[in-house]
Design a protein around this ligand. Structure first.
Ligand code: PLP
Length: 461
């Protein structure tokens, strides 16, 4: 098969020079991954690492899938690129059709871009132009949540509240953004509050914020359906998103759900919002969409928004050279066809149940494990110094990051949490393996996590 003519990746065993990539300055002592197969990564020092987080919750079908590599290779030979302003290539058309077929949830149009950050930027501009076309130019303000990550470009960074990622950029970014509390029940639901009352309190806070800004001035509310890397898989209380939807509708504010991390089956349904009984006006997906085989993300736009542009016969005034890139679209389509054919979303739900149960039983003796939460193959473990008071470890200890490094030394990758809602809380790790993970691998990942946590506790507790 033509795939065998591709260059042998084992030739690239030398780490790039530190000066080439600014981020490598942080990781220069780590060996580099040479190849991968399924859930395993093979490092330049001969070690095998079990990928317990799919990179950054990206690899949903595992590494080294030959079907995807072959499809991508063939597309590259046939046509890698055509100007997206002039043409829709076959794979781009097929990928959009895959997403929109049968009109699921009323989405009518797709914008294909190269990253989650671009997807957020696109959504921000789309909302603004939508308001302009509607004759509401005074709408300039976005509301997002604390403990959120929506990307690292200027607009996306303004929407994000990952304090570590914003350090050094104070004063930069889009000025008209404010934030409300996320549904972070473990730390912030009051002990005498029911789930329903907690949801109502959060909705009230959002309503107050919309009113404070001026309901005619707010363009859009953006939230991760299940809060990802910064928050550590925080799931909304029942009724929260129904309340958010109602409020946005009341004031004509667009609802954008960022499912770059939690979408595409990660939580056990293609979109995480399907478990919330609502549909957003705009949803963004990335990461698992290309499964690590292509740098691709998508913005799906509801008919309600499309109709505004249609009415004025106006195109969306936006674009990128590499939007709808043909080989990226072919790779994403190949990944998604495998997901559908092999029922991998159902598998994500089933393996998620195993992961949840294993984490709870294996980490039961761990004194520093305060909370285990998440949905599907999207689980987080939050660490606290004291379970009774939920007091966190001192931030400078970077307990969660130390645990993650320890786990890596033991041959498993998990994702380090970087969250702080108030500069203090949010020490966690994230476990998000490929959906193809086996029960045995889940048990192994959890036992390594347990070993690392117990050894950390022996030192720090
Ligand atoms: N949105 C969410 C929820 C994310 O988790 C991320 C990345 O972690 C992004 C957006 C940004 O995506 P990217 O890193 O592809 O720009």
């Amino acid at each position: 098969s033509p795939i065998t003519t591709l260059p042998d990746s084992s030739q690239t065993t030398t780490a790039p020079r530190e000066s080439h990539f600014i981020n490598l300055a942080l990781t220069k002592t780590l060996p580099i991954p040479i190849s991968g197969k399924g859930i395993e990564l093979y490092l330049s020092d001969g070690r095998t690492i079990i990928d317990g987080c799919g990179g950054a919750a990206v690899s949903i079908i595992g590494h080294g899938n030959e079907e995807v590599a072959l499809q991508t290779h063939k597309q590259g030979l046939q046509l890698a690129y055509a100007h997206p302003g002039a043409y829709t290539t076959t794979p781009a058309g097929e990928l959009c059709q895959f997403l929109l077929d049968g009109n699921p949830h009323g989405f009518e149009k797709v914008f294909l871009c190269s990253s989650g950050s671009e997807a957020t930027e696109t959504t921000m501009k789309l909302a603004k132009q939508c308001a302009f076309e509607k004759g509401e130019p005074e709408r300039m303000h976005y509301v997002s949540r604390w403990q959120a990550y929506h990307g690292s470009t200027m607009g996306a960074m303004s929407m994000s509240t990952n304090l570590a990622r914003k350090e050094g950029f104070e004063g930069l970014g889009y000025p008209h953004v404010s934030h409300v509390s996320p549904p972070y029940a473990y730390q912030y639901q009051k002990s005498d509050e029911t789930e329903d009352q907690y949801a109502t309190r959060l909705i009230q806070e959002l309503d107050d914020e919309f009113k404070r800004v001026g309901t005619q001035k707010v363009l859009m509310f953006t939230a991760e359906t299940v809060g990802g890397a910064t928050a550590g898989c925080i799931t909304p209380p029942t009724g929260y998103f129904r309340g958010v939807r109602k409020l946005c509708d009341k004031y004509g504010i667009l609802l954008h759900l960022d499912e770059v991390m939690c979408g595409v089956g990660r939580t056990g349904t293609f979109y995480a919002f399907e478990q919330e009984g609502i549909v957003p006006d705009i949803v963004t997906i990335g990461k698992g969409f290309g499964g690590g085989y292509a740098q691709i993300a998508a913005v799906l736009i509801h008919k309600k928004v499309v109709d505004v542009f249609r009415k004025n016969s106006k195109p969306f005034n936006h674009g990128h050279t590499y939007e709808s890139h043909a080989t990226a679209c072919r790779a994403a389509l190949a990944v998604q066809k495998i997901v559908r054919r092999d029922h991998l979303i159902e598998r994500s739900a089933a393996m998620g149940k195993v992961l949840d149960a294993e984490l709870r039983s294996q980490l039961a003796p761990c004194k520093s494990v305060g909370d285990i939460r998440g949905r599907g193959t999207f689980m987080a473990v939050e660490f606290v110094k004291c379970k009774d008071t939920k007091e966190s470890f001192p931030p400078e200890l970077r307990y969660g990051i130390q645990v993650q490094r320890f786990i890596h030394d033991l041959g498993v990758d998990v994702y380090p949490g970087a969250g702080t809602v108030d500069g203090i809380r949010g020490d966690h790790i994230l476990i998000a393996p490929p959906y193809t993970v086996t029960e045995e691998q889940v048990r192994h990942i959890c036992s390594v996590v347990r070993q690392a946590v117990l050894e950390m506790e022996a030192v720090y507790m």
